[in-house]
Structures are given as C-alpha cells and as structure tokens.
Design a protein around this ligand. Sequence first.
Ligand code: C5P
Length: 218
Amino acid sequence: TGRCVVAVDGPSGSGKSTVSRRLAAGIGARYLDTGAMYRAMTWAVLRSGVDPADAESVAKVAGEADLRIGTDPQGYGVTVDGTSVDAEIRGPEVTAAVSAVAAVAAVRALLVARQRDMIANAGRIVVEGRDIGSVVAPDADLKVYLTASEAARAARRSAEDATDVAATAADLARRDRLDSTRKADPLQQSADAVVLDTTELGIDEVVDRLRDLLVERG
Ligand code: C5P
C-alpha cells in the first residue's frame, strides 16, 4: 500500500463527510476532517471571549491553542488544550462563527501547515474540506468536488441535525457565500477535480464511483 491522497472538496451538505469517511474505511486509508479543525479553533476563540471578527485576536488565540485530531475514519476525537470538543464543535454557536474564523489568513496558514504534515505522515488518506485540491494537497492522486442542489443539501443537514429546513437552508447559504467569497483560500473547484452532483446519486453510488476511479488510476 503506497502513498495515496484523495482530496474531497465541496460546499456544506454536499455529502462530503459521509462519502469521505466511507471511502477511507473501504480502502483502508486514514481520514482527515479539516472542517473539524476550523471548528475546533472556533471553539477556542469563543471560549476565550474574543470577537470572531477581530482577526488579530483570533490569530493569537489560534497560535496558542493546542489542537489535536485523530484520523480514524470509524471515529476520531478532537481536543483543544486537552479538552474533548467533539460535541461542542457541532453546536450552533460554533457553526455560526466558523466562517469568520476560517477567513483569517493566519489561522489558515497554521492549519494548512498542520494538514500537510498529517498528510505527509499518513501514506493513504482521504482529506475533506474546501481548499484541499486547490491549496492543501494540489498534488493529490484524486481530486473530487461534490455538489448538490441547495434544497437537497438543506434537507440532508436538517435531517442530520434535527433542525428546521428553512433555518438550515439560510445558514448553509450564508456559510457558502462567506466561504466562496473570502480572500484567503476560498472554496473553489479545481480544474482537475472530478465533479459529482449528489442530488440524485445515492451516497453508496458516489463512494463506488470514487473507488472505481482510484482503481482506474492505479
Ligand atoms: O465542513 P464543515 O462544514 O465542518 O466546515 C466548517 C467551516 O470550516 C466551513 O464553513 C468553512 O468556513 C471552514 N472550512 C474551511 N476550509 C476547510 C474546511 C472547512 O474554510 N478546508
């Protein structure tokens, strides 16, 4: 089993996490959820009482936080300064503030460096996020860009989180706008990415297609 890096990018609710975890488990690879890293930094920022819009203070908190994350596709833990934050990083407070924290260039520089280290040490790994194929791992063996209609994305997220569809749709639209228009490493589709629309395709079909592509590419 040689080195193999799969980059999975796309907007919120496109099925990235489920597809990436299942693909990683299926091919015996590690799995890195970079969104969880931005969420954990956001938790640290909120804990410190710093305004997420205050880039300088946000960068300082991020520089001092000891963030750890596992890479087991069957279940990984995230800790900040020794505190487990797995549940907290999925809460509404972190979700509301994460795009602001992720827009701070110094935070991105820090996390992208960590992500590259983890990828270099992993051998085989599926990495999901917004800028993996474009910035973190431009030499990935396979780049995937997952999309889905706004309605399908909102329906999936609200089912997962047991929240109201309209409120979820509004939150996804807000985050997508912030993530796509920020100056530092915006969400973008790499020219060499395989684009899959998951509106009609089932998750298993998407995972099967990606496995086939990996086999084709050796
Ligand atoms: O994927 P997830 O929804 O958990 O990501 C949370 C947020 O983290 C995104 O809305 C985005 O602002 C940020 N993010 C990012 N770059 C990544 C992964 C996530 O900016 N590679």
